[in-house]
Design a protein around this ligand. Structure first.
Ligand code: ARG
Length: 401
């Protein structure tokens, strides 16, 4: 029997050509695997037919949208996951769910090897291969673009020569990756980091400069999971989709950053994540009223470390799993409603209510009904400042010697 290779297939030019390219280079049979993580565009059936038309012996397609929303986007929301404080990990969290399906397909079709279309310069090759090594340690990995010299020009020539059922129009100047959590755009004109992004780059968001009338939305959370919008119960996937539409219309969630890749390169990326950014903002504000101060401070550092691990391809690592345990526990009381106004590129919280709130009106108020004993403050401050006061006395003594 021939060797079998499963290929992470997007339906685009590069991975369509990769089917025949891998078969020619290795003599193996190729099984195309397409995973729907809410990237939109063509139907899975169209993608499946194209894979078969390009020479795949089998095509495995999976609608993983709910799985992605529940098991990848929701944990990112609970962590308030923002790499370097900006990037909501759009591509980073989609790789592990694709890996799960690649390994599943490899088992189903008896493949020995997994292939992906990444280059040798990015983070995604690391995420795919580290994930595959972890879930399927016996599987080998190949990357035709990186390992089998499949360049863009060769891909176009190959597709034309073999008359593959795919359009080989001039190269789109940008490299784009998208799913329901957001969209990432890089390369081309954006590689000059002084160049401002042009209008044509955006797809999930309208320009915030001329927004429609403000849109007020109430988001309900139960244990950190978004469960309803404006009182209407929805699944996490539906909440994200709906907020992509509403926050996107207001230009919320446009991000322009230079970030640190795992491979040591600084790179410029434009992101659009209207739903994700609105949700993270709302979730953080609900945590502000429901999580105790020290717990919240520590959780912020856990969330930052979690984001670095996920960015760096460590989704399936023991440390990431241990931090998941901490984050999950922290969400016990993160239930309630957040009201926010979406307008002109901003998502601004203006109301919060929770049955598990720690906000105590009688402690906070400056009006009658105050139960806070102000006379205790003086002694507290004396002791709180003691260590610095003693050190400062020493500093002055030494300086005077
Ligand atoms: N820089 C981001 C990351 O490493 C996004 C990469 C996605 N790819 C793209 N072609 N824009 O997670």
């Amino acid at each position: 029997m021939k060797d079998r290779i499963v290929l992470a297939y997007s339906g685009g030019l590069d991975t369509s050509v990769a089917i025949g390219w891998i078969a020619d280079a290795t003599g193996a049979e190729v099984i195309a695997v397409a995973v729907d993580v809410g990237q939109g565009g063509e139907s899975l059936e169209t993608v499946r037919q194209r894979a078969l038309g390009c020479g795949a012996v089998e095509a495995y397609v999976a609608d993983a949208r709910d799985e992605f929303a529940n098991e990848y986007c929701v944990p990112t929301l609970k962590a308030n996951g923002l790499y370097q404080g900006h990037y909501p990990l759009v591509s980073a969290i989609s790789r592990p769910v694709i890996v799960k399906h690649l390994v599943k397909a490899a088992r189903e079709f008896g493949a020995t090897t997994v292939a992906h279309g990444c280059t040798g310069k990015g983070n995604d090759q690391v995420r795919f291969e580290v994930g595959i090594q972890t879930l399927g340690p016996d599987l080998k990995c190949i990357a035709p673009v990186r390992d089998l010299a499949l360049t863009r020009d060769k891909a176009i020539a190959y597709a034309e020569e073999k008359q593959l059922p795919i359009v080989t129009t001039k190269k789109n100047p940008y490299s784009i990756d998208q799913n329901v959590w957001g969209r990432a755009v890089e390369t081309g004109y954006l590689e000059d980091i002084w160049n401002a992004p042009t209008k044509d780059i955006y797809d999930y968001t309208a320009s915030p400069e001329f927004p429609p009338a403000p849109d007020e939305v109430t988001i309900t959370f139960v244990h950190g999971v978004p469960t309803a919008l404006d009182g209407v119960a929805l699944s996490p996937l539906q909440v994200i989709q709906e907020l992509n539409r509403r926050a996107g219309a207001q230009g919320v969630g446009r991000i322009d950053v230079v970030e640190d890749r795992l491979v040591g390169i600084k790179s410029r990326e434009i992101y659009e994540a209207p739903g994700a950014m609105a949700l993270i903002t709302a979730h953080k504000h609900l945590e502000d009223v429901t999580i105790e101060r020290e717990h919240a401070r520590f959780k912020a550092t856990v969330g930052q470390r979690w984001s670095e691990l996920v960015y760096d391809g460590q989704w399936f690592s023991p440390l990431k799993r241990a931090l998941d345990g901490f984050i999950e526990d922290s969400q016990q009381y993160v239930s309630g409603d957040i009201r926010m106004t979406l307008h002109g590129g901003q998502a601004i919280v203006n109301g919060r209510r929770s049955d598990t709130s720690l906000y105590d009106f009688s402690l906070a108020t400056y009006d009658t009904g105050d139960t806070f004993d102000q006379s205790s403050a003086k002694g507290f401050i004396d002791i709180w400042g003691m260590a610095s006061k003693v050190a400062s006395g020493r500093d002055q003594r030494v300086a005077g010697e």
